[in-house]
Ligand binder design. Structure first.
Ligand SMILES: Cc1cc2nc3c(=O)[nH]c(=O)nc-3n(C[C@H](O)[C@H](O)[C@H](O)COP(=O)(O)O)c2cc1C
Length: 324
């Protein structure tokens, strides 16, 4: 399961794995480092191994400071983690401008200096999640050469540039070249939204053994199970989904403080849930307009009781182009 900040947190991961199969593990949304010596326990709670037993989780850190990274990594390994992931892919300009996430990709020397300081002091394995570059897709060449000098457990590559955000298509030719350039195992990530997407990619990239799915599983939570060969009759899909939805909603009711936060969180999810139901976009628009939680609950309840039809995403769909 890919990290999706604001979505695939502890509540979602646990609800998801109570109702659906297919994922072997999850990479958690990034934790920012802090300059304070003391790390607030609240920052680490969501990724505690004992709170993520159903779906083992690897924490991700976003930082460009070796000292802050090491401190956070120690705090995480003290709770039982044996692997940490470094975020080198976040595309947001505010992040990139601060030389974090994809902002580091045009600066392989900084990546080199960071790893040179971090790896000898790291008490666990390290993997890296990245894009092809910040502005240009060939930035990856020097980055991979730099990464090859270090012992990493894997590289997770989403083959877009940072400035592309989520538009256009993943650059599969460039991804293929990266498989030759990297001495580390490479995990593919990006736009796997249906079984056909996965089949095409796995036929093309035989040597890829690990696959990461984010938005495709928010839209269709049966997708990881379908890929592993589960065969759920389409008629059962909606009723099982509503069980998951109830669980998720209760989880956020318990966790989030106040109806405003709850409403905003659920509005975010419906952006994706909308794409799997016939008439889903219309209901998502109504949900997005709702200002009160009781109104929201009424819209969702009416929608589910109308027995909406489950419609699988089309092969080659770009989520960015079809969001309501
Ligand atoms: C809302 C949102 C939040 C994201 N948060 C993170 C994050 O915290 N860390 C990270 O490495 N990638 C993050 N990503 C990127 C995804 O993990 C993934 O690389 C990207 O969505 C492409 O994969 P997909 O097409 O399977 O979703 C985020 C993406 C989205 C849309």
């Amino acid at each position: 399961m890919a990290p999706l900040k604001g979505y695939t947190d502890e509540v979602f991961r646990n609800a998801f794995s109570r109702h659906f199969n297919g994922f072997d593990g999850a990479l958690a949304p990034f934790i920012p480092t802090v300059t304070d010596k003391r790390i607030r326990p609240a920052l680490l709670q969501g990724v505690l191994p004992e709170r993520n037993r159903r779906l083992p989780v690897v924490p991700q850190i976003m930082s460009n400071s070796p000292d802050d990274f090491i401190r956070m990594a120690h705090a995480l390994t003290d709770t039982g983690h044996s692997e940490i992931n470094w975020n080198l892919g976040c595309p947001f300009p505010m992040v990139a401008k601060k030389n974090k996430g994809s902002g580091l990709l045009p600066q392989p020397d900084r990546i080199d200096a960071f790893l040179d300081q971090v790896l000898p002091r790291l008490p666990c394995r390290l993997s890296v999640k990245l894009r092809l570059g910040r502005k240009k897709p060939d930035e990856i060449d020097n980055v991979l050469e730099t990464l090859n000098a270090y012992p990493l457990s894997e590289i997770i590559l989403h083959p877009r540039t940072g400035i592309q955000m989520y538009s256009g298509r993943p650059d599969l030719d460039r991804f293929e070249r990266c498989l030759d350039l990297s001495r580390h195992p490479v995990t593919y990530n990006g736009d796997i939204n249906c079984l056909g997407d996965f089949q095409n990619l796995s036929e093309r990239f035989h040597c890829v053994k690990r696959w990461m799915i984010g938005r495709g599983a928010l839209i269709n939570p049966y997708l990881p199970g379908d890929i592993k060969g589960a065969d759920i009759p389409p008629d059962d899909k909606v009723s099982r989904f509503t069980g998951f939805y109830d669980d998720l909603y209760r989880g956020y009711q318990d966790r989030l403080s106040g109806p405003g936060h709850l409403l905003n969180r659920m509005k975010g999810f419906w952006t994706y849930f909308a794409l799997i139901f016939e008439g889903g976009k219309k209901v998502a628009k109504r949900i997005h307009r709702s200002k009160r939680i009781d109104r929201y609950e009424a819209i969702v309840s009416k929608f589910f009781s109308s027995e909406p039809r489950w419609v699988e995403p089309e092969q080659g769909m770009s989520v960015d182009e079809v969001l309501p």
